[in-house]
Design a protein around this ligand. Structure first.
Ligand code: ACO
Length: 347
């Protein structure tokens, strides 16, 4: 699916929020849990540490502070939000939805609220949906949250997966603006490749049972090499498609925010696309792969570092389970409609 913003409608991100749990898990500490080393993890992934949620923290506990921060920056009271979508594969529970619980916590009484499941690409799908809702006039002010607590569905004895992931969430507010905004999106899916990254049990195919737990089918299973090949391919093809559709070239891109899975995947994509390293946002070293939280956390970091100037061309591309991928191209506009303010990081 590909499309450009049309009809003179301008919709932009007017507030950004982020939250990562306080607990830092370093590679050296991981090496006391599984047979690995700091050197191996840094060399193969670029990850140095990740945040891990407390046992009593669920997705809404990460989503709430991120959402509150985004709303505050946008200057939008919670009861003025009419649309909330939370992209996550680790909701508090399958239902009630995390978004409905979040709407209640925020006091967004008039908001439609639902969760969206698209693996690590969830945030990209969610902002495309929110864009379409605001563009159509169905929504005035949309809140999009992307986040995951993958630490709760990871096998902490599997060194091939547990070193890669971390917990975190980010949020953005989407509204109509006078200048800049989203220029286009490209989204895709390949279910044939879905088998390379799965959570086998807990759905209608394999309901949770004592047997599925005994067989450890409630943990993430991944063919790392296949996912690596897929990721390096789609990060490039999706970005090229959205740029071409919007009539822009890679030289025009000021800030490139790829999914933060592995620094080797990011470097490969940036090199193949021709984006200079100083235009690439990288924080996988500090957070690991936070799934749906990855791109909004990186966006919040870019804002905090003063890298998002009004008029900058921002390219974001995500990829993940499904298999899925998605890109968005944005002409950046001032947050909150006021001069740019960096969001204060929590946690
Ligand atoms: N510590 C030490 N050794 C390890 C570890 C570890 N943590 N993990 C694996 N190894 C070993 C393997 O057992 C293997 O040993 P062997 O050669 O004796 O068999 C060796 O290291 C090499 O393994 P590879 O899998 O070839 O290592 P590779 O360089 O491909 O890196 C990695 C593995 C990091 C998983 C890589 O394939 C990758 O990043 N894949 C993409 C993963 C990803 O991004 N997933 C998320 C997608 S997004 C979403 O929706 C969740």
């Amino acid at each position: 699916m590909i499309g450009t913003a049309g009809n003179g409608v301008r919709i932009a991100i007017t507030g950004i929020g982020a939250y990562a749990p306080e607990r830092v898990l370093t590679n050296s500490e991981l090496a006391t849990i599984v047979d690995t080393t700091d050197e191996w993890i840094v060399e193969r992934t670029g990850i140095r540490e990740r945040r891990i949620a407390a046992p009593d923290q669920a997705m809404t506990d990460l989503a709430l502070p991120a959402a509150q921060q985004a709303l505050e920056q946008a200057g939008v009271p919670a009861d003025a939000v009419d649309y909330i979508v939370v992209a996550t594969v680790t909701p508090d529970a399958m239902f009630p939805t995390t978004s409905a619980l979040l709407a209640d916590m925020l006091g967004a009484r008039d908001a439609a609220a639902y969760d969206l499941l698209a693996g690590c690409t969830g945030f990209m799908y969610a902002i495309a949906q929110a864009y379409a809702m605001v563009a159509s006039g169905l929504s005035e002010r949309a809140l999009v949250v992307g986040g995951d607590i993958l630490s709760k569905i990871i096998d902490w004895r599997d060194r091939a997966t547990c070193v890669l992931f971390g917990d975190g969430a980010g949020a953005v507010v989407l509204e109509r603006v006078d200048h800049g905004g989203f220029l286009g999106f490209e989204l895709g899916a390949d279910g044939a490749g879905g088998k390379h990254l799965t959570l086998p049990a807990g759905g209608s195919r394999l309901p949770a049972s004592a047997e599925t737990v005994a067989q450890e089918q409630h943990f993430v299973r991944m063919d790392g090499r296949e996912v690596f090949k897929f990721a390096t391919r789609v990060l490039v093809s999706s970005a090229e498609k959205v740029l071409a559709e919007c009539g822009r070239s890679v030289e025009d891109v000021d800030v490139y925010i790829p999914h933060q899975a592995n620094v080797r995947i990011i470097d490969h994509a940036a090199k193949k696309l021709g984006v200079p390293r100083d235009r690439v946002v990288v924080n996988v070293d500090r957070y690991g792969n936070t799934s749906s939280g990855s791109i909004p956390l990186a966006l919040a970091d870019a804002a905090a570092e003063g890298r998002l100037e009004p008029g900058s061309l921002v390219l974001m591309t995500g990829m993940g389970a499904g298999l899925t991928w998605g890109s968005a191209l944005i002409e950046w506009s001032a947050l909150g409609g006021k001069p740019q303010q960096a969001p204060e990081r929590i946690g």
